[in-house]
Design a protein. Sequence first.
Length: 246
Amino acid sequence: MTLAIIGGTGLTSLNGLEIERREMVHTPYGEPSGPITHGVLDGKPVMFLARHGYGHTIPPHKVNYRANIWALKHLNANWILAVAAVGGIAEDLSPGRLVFPDQIIDYTWYRDHTFFGENLSQVVHIDFTQPYDRGLRALLIESARAAGIDAVEQGTYGATQGPRLETAAEISRMARDGCSMVGMTGMPEVALARELELPYATCAVVANWAAGLHGQTVVAMSEIESTLRTGMTQVRKLLTELIHRL
Ligand SMILES: CSC[C@H]1O[C@H](OP(=O)(O)O)[C@H](O)[C@@H]1O
Ligand code: HPA
């Protein structure tokens, strides 16, 4: 049974991964973000894919989400753990914290968002009431507690189009909508995983307060980068616990 990890901003490689090989998969939907790395992490088989490419060259609206998810399914991944950087909207989502979203609102547009859009013998509507896999989320929560990580165990991810950051007014609207965090890659990734029946959960790292919050006049990329560096050390600790529970 193999865990696939999709690494986002701040996670283009996995510390401690014993790499066995890298494999490029050509999919009916085009090329994934890069080769899939097969290896062993803490004694268990793992696949790793850098969402924005290994040199972080693919912006969020240009990621080929369909090719990425299709490739992981094709390689027989059993679970997908997505690692993502987000801006914190809710009071408790301060920079540096980990959060495991349980809901998502899609504000993206014009992305290839379904495998069921063409060449069908009948129309398919998947259930998406609970977008994230309950079992994998439960393991994330248990793993964080075991690792002594003070993670926020639920929240609503608002997925924006990017690549620009949001205006203060957009963040106010998202807060009114019930979003507790904001990122640019949550959709359509999680929906595509559900379409292919791949259990998927997200571990998000809060990189910054979202635009306009807490008296902030600009969102500084330098601050985001340094917060993510420490956040990813926590993610690595979490992975050790998670892997032994799968
Ligand atoms: C200000 S960084 C924005 C960038 O980081 C997040 O990427 P990912 O979800 O892949 O970690 C966010 O969605 C944006 O793409
Ligand atoms: O403030 C943000 N907005 C959108 N995506 C993000 N990813 C990290 N921080 C942010």
